[in-house]
Design a protein around this ligand. Structure first.
Ligand code: RNT
Ligand code: ZN
Length: 417
């Protein structure tokens, strides 16, 4: 890329934005601070490295068999390190329990402990990355259709113990990194066919959560993630959105909004301003549902852009944790990461460049034609020149230049796996 042209384009864009009352330098400074919690599970199609034999199940599945997936912790770390050379800003890594460093030992889920994450904590510290965490209740012989909502006390207690231990792991991560570790709790519990005990399972889940959350921690924050349905669990989901929204509002827990977990015509962006009023913070799993919760790679589409805009409009960047959640096994996985991260950042940049003061003034004056006109014109403002400059300034590949970097890594590293 011609650096001189990028700089020149930025100067022109800066002037153009100033004309609508937007300071591009300020927008860039804010974008620089937005951390994205990168999900570790795109690297290996959500397999993890426990030595128990993954049984699948739990209503999620990665499709595709593109070569080169990470086969061990070292490869996940190498891939993430590569990704970080192709994106600007400081980001976080979101680990699932099944990615623990179990050193070849069979450590069952009810035996996981902070020591299994010591090497992750050390690696993260060395690389300047903060960690987030997730309990893992899928892909295990005891997963079945019901985990925390299981009427069978032995199975339920097993998962309660697992989740409690995951909170302790998160607490230790948070302490070590001197920044709260955000722990997400998602369970697949549900039913393939019509159930006549909808209330019963939800009562059990509520009790399990109360037990899990009884211990207060200072260095971790809990978030709870709802879902519409899982594969083979189509008729009923215990942890529905209503369930977790109610629980989160009542117990002041963070509700996770996964953009793939709602009816496809539902606006996730519109939920931000309501959640901000009734729950302490928000966790996002930015994904791309195609016809269902398909977990395609996040792109800069209207849904992602609207979500980012709503967060900026609500001045809530410090209350919203931005995580990614998709797993596409059909394309280069490092490429999948980079596309998703860069597209999410582009969405936030667009939000930060919105001529919001003028738009709000129009709205308050009842000037609705003017509001719509400026919203439409704003779509064509030269945000991409600002984006290119952001990449240049951060010394990472500008525009499509990252494609060749990924091709090179594929040739030299992932194709040899
Ligand atoms: C599943 C949820 C959940 C998982 C990860 C792996 O539908 O979105 O967040 O994708 O925990
Ligand atoms: Zn999710």
């Amino acid at each position: 890329m011609n650096t001189g042209n990028i700089q020149k384009s930025y100067e022109i864009a800066r002037e153009r934005y100033a004309a609508v009352g937007v300071n591009t330098d300020e927008a860039l400074a804010k974008l620089q601070k937005i951390a994205i919690s990168i999900h570790c599970w795109q690297a290996d199609d959500v397999n993890g490295f426990e030595n128990l034999g993954n049984l699948g199940g739990g209503g999620i599945q990665a499709t595709g068999n593109y070569p080169g997936k990470a086969r061990n912790i070292g490869e996940v770390r190498a891939d993430i390190e590569k990704v970080l050379t192709l994106v600007a800003g400081s980001h976080r890594l979101n680990l699932h329990e099944i990615y623990g460093d179990f050193q070849g030992k069979a450590v069952d889920r009810d035996a996981v402990a902070p020591e299994h994450f010591t090497s992750w904590i050390e690696w993260a510290k060395e690389k300047g990355i903060k960690l987030d965490f997730n309990s893992t209740s899928f892909g295990h012989p005891k997963s079945g259709d019901l985990t925390l909502a299981n009427p069978d006390k032995a199975i339920r207690d097993f998962w309660i113990e697992h989740t409690k231990r995951c909170r302790l792991v998160s607490e230790e991560m948070g302490k070590a990194q001197n920044d709260p570790c955000i722990m997400n709790l998602w369970i697949h519990d549900g039913s393939k066919d019509i159930t006549v005990n909808r209330l019963k399972y939800r009562q059990i889940l509520e009790q399990s959560l109360d037990e899990i959350f009884a211990t207060e921690y200072k260095n971790m924050k809990d978030c709870i993630e709802a879902k519409l349905f899982g594969i083979a669990l189509e008729s009923y989901t215990v942890g529905s959105y209503d369930f977790y929204l109610g629980y989160g509002a009542k117990k002041q827990k963070i509700v996770t909004l996964d953009t793939g977990h709602f009816h496809l015509t539902e606006s996730i962006a519109d939920k931000i301003s309501s959640l901000l009023l009734f729950t302490p913070e928000i966790m996002l799993h930015v994904s791309r549902p195609v016809r269902w919760d398909s977990d395609h790679v996040t792109i800069l589409n209207d849904d992602t852009a609207d979500l980012a805009k709503e967060i900026v409009r609500a001045d809530a960047l410090d209350k919203v944790h931005i995580g990614l959640d998709y797993f596409d096994a059909s394309i280069n996985r490092i490429g999948a990461y980079v596309i998703g991260i860069r597209s999410t950042q582009k969405a936030f940049l667009q939000g930060l460049l919105e001529p919001i003061d003028t738009l709000r003034r129009y709205e308050e004056n009842g000037q609705y034609f003017e509001r719509l006109a400026l919203l439409e014109e704003a779509k064509g403002l030269p945000w991409n020149a600002v984006w290119d400059y952001f990449c240049l300034k951060n010394n990472i590949p500008v525009a499509e230049d990252y494609i060749t970097e990924i091709q090179k890594y594929e040739k030299e590293v992932t194709s040899k796996r």
